[in-house]
Design a protein around this ligand. Structure first.
Ligand code: SF4
Length: 189
């Protein structure tokens, strides 16, 4: 994967960021793409969104050391703005080009549940018939795991304008992760 030139994103990113976690994880969490911190450090979910994910996993009763976290797209897509690098959503072509890497991770791990964090992971793994806000927290079918759950990406919580909205959306996010934990326990039994 580190040599991959399947789309143009390798040209500007620092490095490809692979998934991280247990090989026999019952839960795989798939986000969108590495962010600025992940691109520099070469590890998934180590930036601000990762900190929210850590807290939410703990509040949902999930030990991060028992799960596997990864992204639908392995290179950081951004737009330079002065000294900053502003996140840019990957295109359908880039998501499709990178899907074999995600599928390969899931084929090795064979999790009970794969959790899609946000629309890009949903597009990659669940297809166009699934909607994040309509279908969040439900147990859905998947060829990549025994079940699939969709929820928001933790970075969406960072963009909320005030604290009360954040707390409300955060509690829904935790509720979706709790649902995923319960489905995984049931399906892994
Ligand atoms: S984003 Fe994915 S498909 Fe594109 S170059 Fe990187 S690893 Fe390859």
């Amino acid at each position: 994967m580190r040599q991959c030139q399947g789309c143009d994103l390798y040209k500007t990113a620092t490095q490809a960021v692979f998934g991280e976690g247990q090989r026999d994880a019952p839960l795989v969490l798939a986000g969108e793409q590495p962010g600025d911190a992940e691109d520099r450090q070469g590890r998934p979910f180590v930036g601000p969104a990762g900190h929210i994910l850590d807290r939410a996993l703990e509040d949902a009763g999930i030990d991060r050391k028992t799960v596997y976290v990864t992204n639908a797209v392995k290179h950081f897509k951004f737009e330079p703005r002065g000294k900053r690098r502003i996140h840019k959503k990957p295109s359908s072509v880039e998501i499709s080009a990178c899907r074999p890497w995600l599928e390969a991770e899931l084929a090795v791990i064979r999790p009970a549940i794969v959790v899609c964090l946000g629309a890009t992971a949903v597009q990659s793994l669940a297809g166009r018939g699934v909607r994040v806000l309509r279908d969040r927290g439900k147990l859905l079918e998947s060829p990549f795991a025994k079940g699939l759950v969709v929820t928001v990406h933790p970075s969406a919580l960072l963009r909320l304008p005030d604290h009360s909205q954040f707390e409300h959306e955060y509690s829904l996010f935790v509720r979706d992760l709790q649902a995923a934990r319960k489905y995984a326990a049931r399906l892994a039994a």
